[in-house]
Write a protein that binds this ligand. Sequence first.
Ligand code: FRU
Length: 458
Amino acid sequence: MKNNEYRLKYHLMPLEGTIADPNGMCQIEDTFHIFYLNDPQAFKTKGRVPCLWRHYSTQDFINFVQEPIALLPDSRYDRDGVYSGSGFYEKEKLYLFYTGNVRHEGNYDYIMAGREQNVLMVQSADYIHFDDKQLLMTNADFPKDMTKHVRDPYVFYQDQYYMFLGARDIHDQGMILAYESKDKKEWKFIQRIKTKEKFGYMWECPDYFELSQQQILVCCPQGIKQHEYENKHQCGYFILHGDFRNNYQLERFQAFDEGFDFYAARTFLSQDKRRILVGWMGIPDCPYKTPTIQYNWNDALILPRELTFRDNQIYQYPIRETKNLRTKHLYKELVEKEIYYYQSHVCQIHLEITFQKFQIDLRKDLQLRYDGKILTLSLQESGYGRDKRCVKINEISEIDIFSDISSLEIFINHGQKVMTTRVYDSYHDTKIKVSCPMTMDYYELKSYNIIEKKETKR
Ligand code: FRU
């Protein structure tokens, strides 16, 4: 069964099975391409199912085409999963770089032994059909002190081609391995990028870009100390000073999102020079539940966000195309204690705030509470185990809540902080109650239009 009460309206979801990391995003001419990891059989089979890359394209972020499957785990080098990677457009060709996962049968720990993580490249002239899998690197090409966990190639060009790989060494230290190449085929190891003190055992999904002349290194460190009410794995960035090839320093790690469901952020540059981030609205190894699994699907991708840099941090806000989803608009002065019922969960709620201590009750049992220093997001039943997340923030002047059938993305002070969560309540629970006066702009939003393309023979 594909449809059920929790299907989202304006987020990308899997047709069936899992969705995880977005990958290979780019804009070619007037079309944006978003690939993502998918295990179509995940909830149907007991054993492990290798993931593949699916593909959405869009010109306006409202009408999407579900393109044919881009990459299948059909070779000796990726037979146990087409893992994450990146896209690179050059001279009318789109190249995808990815990790081919191979697991050997046997009594292995799959960290030190029993696994292959190969770097592969494919190319396409129509940006839809990808051919000619080329093996670029195997574990033998990584430094000797690496475990078998080295993956998720991120390729970019400066004076030559560079590739960043997420890695775990044999001392369980997470880091990035940097490689260089003149032709995208022969790769030479040049550098380890890591923190002075160990910061987690593995850094997944690297990404790297410049934003307002700052170098930003993105990754998902696993195994860092988990404070109370924090996610098990993190996804964020370091500001990098100096030259990653020689002398560099990493500033402190900053999380992109302090909600429950956010991981594997990847970015791309649009033709009009916006740095756009897409992430997985989900997270690995979490203790909370996803009730949609009974309907044979789970997570989604977040609403794409534009990144800007201010006050030594990244601000994130939904891309301007999101405005085109708006249908009805309503302005309301909310007063203390009154319960206001709005029409639909599929909406944007913009709140202007003056009082620096407040509580907002939303939907069935979700609460946002601010004490002047810490904003706390809490859920009860509708969180399915999602309990509490906290964010430190000195002042709050506005909050934007992008609400969909079973998700909320909460942007504080126009994206200074963000909290993303899934929420499983019913369409009857469309209420808001505030503890002090504030004003609300409520916009009903419309659904994405998704066209499914038939698989074509290659
Ligand atoms: C991140 C990740 C990647 C890997 C992929 C495999 O979510 O673990 O490091 O390529 O997922 O599913």
